[in-house]
Design a protein around this ligand. Structure first.
Ligand code: GAR
Length: 212
């Protein structure tokens, strides 16, 4: 399974993918890491020939950046595109080009808290449970079919930072679990619905992982 990974920042989810490949836990190859932030530490996690980055603000509009990004991703001939901490909205053209083959990991229990500041919003709402979701990417932000999610408890003394750190602990095994199913050919998207083992998912898979 050839993976193109889009990342804007630290790249711990990318590292989890690379580690799983290195140990043989995931049968895949990262064929490119693509970023809208040339200084993103995520880029440093792969050899130079696999890195692509451009400053989005150097482009006239979202479409122009999206087209160049899509061309670069397509040139790497990926089977799947994985957004792992990619913080820029993918334009319609990009999504249509890879539709049904783009996954995103998002730090909330979707459909709650699409967009930014998910941890602070879960705290503000006094949620007892928070977590992360892996979903198909569609043009509408964080609105595609959810394949699987992993919950974490919200503790009384949590800050947005402590909660984010706990969520990150489940993000890595959650993303890996979905990618293992993807590599095994078990994941698909049809008519906007996630398909697992040939069956439409009416409820996303709930995967539980221990946190400290
Ligand atoms: C992760 O928490 C990921 O879920 C989130 O950014 C972080 C990236 O961490 N993604 C989004 O908020 C996407 N809207 P990482 O760079 O260490 O993988």
């Amino acid at each position: 399974m050839r993976l193109a990974v889009l990342a804007s920042g630290r790249g711990s989810n990318l590292q989890a993918i690379l580690d799983a490949i290195a140990t043989g836990a995931l049968e895949a190859r990262v064929v490119g890491v693509f970023s809208d932030k040339p200084t993103a530490p995520a880029l440093q996690r792969v050899p130079e020939p696999l890195r692509w980055s451009r400053k989005a603000k150097d482009y006239a509009d979202r479409g122009a950046f999206g087209t160049e990004l899509a061309d670069a991703v397509a040139a790497s001939q990926p089977d799947w595109v994985v957004c792992a901490g990619y913080m820029r909205i993918l334009g319609d053209a990009f999504v249509q080009r890879f539709r049904g083959r783009i996954l995103n990991i998002h730090p909330s229990l979707l459909p709650k808290y699409r967009g930014l500041h998910t941890h602070a919003r879960a705290l503000a709402a006094s949620d007892a449970e928070h977590g992360a979701s892996v979903h198909f990417v569609i043009p509408e932000l964080d609105a595609g079919a959810v394949i699987a999610y992993a919950p974490v408890p919200v503790l009384t003394d949590d800050t947005a930072e402590s909660l984010a750190a706990r969520v990150l602990q489940v993000e890595h095994p959650l993303l890996l679990a979905v990618l293992q199913m993807t590599a095994a050919g078990r994941i698909d998207e049809q008519s906007g619905r996630a398909i697992v083992d040939g069956q439409p998912l009416f409820t996303p898979l709930r995967l539980e992982f221990a946190t400290t």
